[in-house]
Design a protein. Structure first.
Lengths: 243, 181
């Protein structure tokens, strides 16, 4: 568990550094371009950007308790506004000393991204805030549990008959903060953090939603959740428009 | 730019570090114990101490052991753990000794040759088990229902009559069984 956290740190740190550098590098236009700025009108690409969440793919390989895939897309609506969405599937086994359960299901999220970053010249990097509404349909299985008992004079009882909870749903909203940088022509890498709040959910009888695909793990303290995304996406340019 | 990337990094660190809050708090009511109160047979509204009570049971290997805290205390109220079995049949059998004394045969660390003295009564609690979800950290607890109490008759029982006050054991708030002696 610890090594996974470490790996998470490393991946995120590397990605952040990469993006800072790539954005910075493009922030220093050479003097030729500077001079030409007055006379040239820079056109920006508009189109559909398609991508995958690399973080989820990497985690699928390194974490035995996790399988996940997410594709994401955005469409540039205006200079700063993008219509964005994600579609994904996740399976996660959560285990504590007393309880082992698996959540499995798929989800989608739709919303907008707003680019707050003023690009130089014809560059199209983003530092953005986003808003999403997410919905998930999923199932949960209690694989096994050990009855919690503060008295240990008699042996512990572990129940291994699995209990299924099917047809569960959850709807939540999300606030996103992220960056996207064009590392090669039309190829973007991105990183984002999501802060989520559940709006509604089906509560299983005599159990709770421990992990909701798309939302992530839940917390006892409230209906909030967090998530990360590391994306690689490709822009299919449809037309160009002046800045 | 710099400010925002610092903010991003900070957010990442804080959210990644608060993932494991999964400890079951001790104050959470989990699997309850069975609470017994001893009453006077001649004045059934009054509690009456049992002098030097000892409680033994059998462990999973069939070895007799003395339950912690019950090796000769004088009290009118005791709480006992119940065995949780995954089989359909759920029961716990105790031996309640009145005027309990333990002779460890000079080997305090070896309970296998201990000799118990006093007046033993074998009492059996049979029940149904139901598992109730508590929280992600605590998992499930068990509550017990349809309690049945039987006392083996041995010719010199000190337990005259066990009365069930509450057939369902779901908390430790009040006594579940009243024992007249």
């Amino acid at each position: 568990m610890k090594s996974q956290h470490m790996l998470k740190y490393y991946i995120s740190t590397i990605l952040i550094l990469l993006m800072i550098f790539s954005v910075k590098a493009q922030n220093n236009p050479d003097s030729d371009q500077d001079k030409s700025q007055d006379s040239t009108k820079f056109k920006q690409k508009y189109g559909l950007r398609l991508g995958v969440d690399v973080g989820k793919i990497v985690r699928t390989f390194i974490d035995d308790d996790y399988t996940g895939l997410e594709i994401n897309a955005d469409y540039r609506y205006s200079k700063n506004v993008y219509i964005a969405g994600e579609l994904g599937t996740e399976e996660k086994t959560t285990s504590t000393e007393f309880l082992n359960s698996t959540s499995k299901g798929s989800y989608f999220k739709v919303g907008i991204d707003y680019n707050m970053y003023k690009n130089w010249l014809d560059m199209e990097n983003m530092i953005y805030v986003g808003f999403r509404v997410g919905a998930s349909t999923f199932s949960q299985t209690v694989n096994s549990y050990t009855i919690f008992n503060t008295n240990h004079e008699f042996p512990e009882a572990t129940i291994t008959e699995s209990i299924d909870f099917n047809g569960l749903t959850a709807i939540w909203s999300e606030l996103i903060l992220g960056i996207k940088a064009e590392v090669f022509t039309n190829l973007f890498v991105g990183l984002n953090i999501q802060l989520k709040g559940r709006i509604t959910e089906t509560e299983p009888d005599n159990f709770e939603n421990v992990y909701i695909p798309g939302f992530g793990r839940t917390y006892d303290s409230g209906s909030f959740g967090v998530g990360f995304g590391y994306s690689i996406s490709y822009l299919i340019p449809l037309y160009k428009k002046e800045k | 730019m710099k400010k925002i990337s610092t903010l991003l990094l900070l957010l990442l660190l804080t959210t990644a570090s608060c993932e494991k809050d999964d400890i079951c708090p001790e104050s959470t009511p989990t699997t309850p114990k069975l609470i017994l109160r001893f009453y006077d047979i001649s004045n059934q509204d009054d509690t009456k101490n049992v002098t030097s009570i000892g409680v033994t049971s059998l462990d999973e290997n069939g070895e007799t052991f003395v339950l912690a805290g019950f090796n000769g205390v004088t009290t009118d109220s005791i709480s006992l753990p119940l065995r949780i079995q995954t089989t359909a049949e759920n029961f716990t059998r105790f031996t309640f000794y009145k005027d309990f004394a333990l002779d460890d045969n000079g080997t305090p660390n070896d309970p296998s040759d201990d000799i118990f003295s006093g007046n033993p009564d074998v009492i059996t609690f049979a029940y149904k088990r139901e598992d109730i979800y508590v929280s992600r950290a605590c998992g499930f607890k068990t509550i017990f229902s349809e309690l049945i109490v039987t006392v083996e008759s041995d010719g010199e029982n000190w337990i005259i009559n066990p009365l069930i006050l509450n057939r369902t054991i779901e908390n430790e708030i009040s006594a579940h069984v009243k024992i007249l002696h």
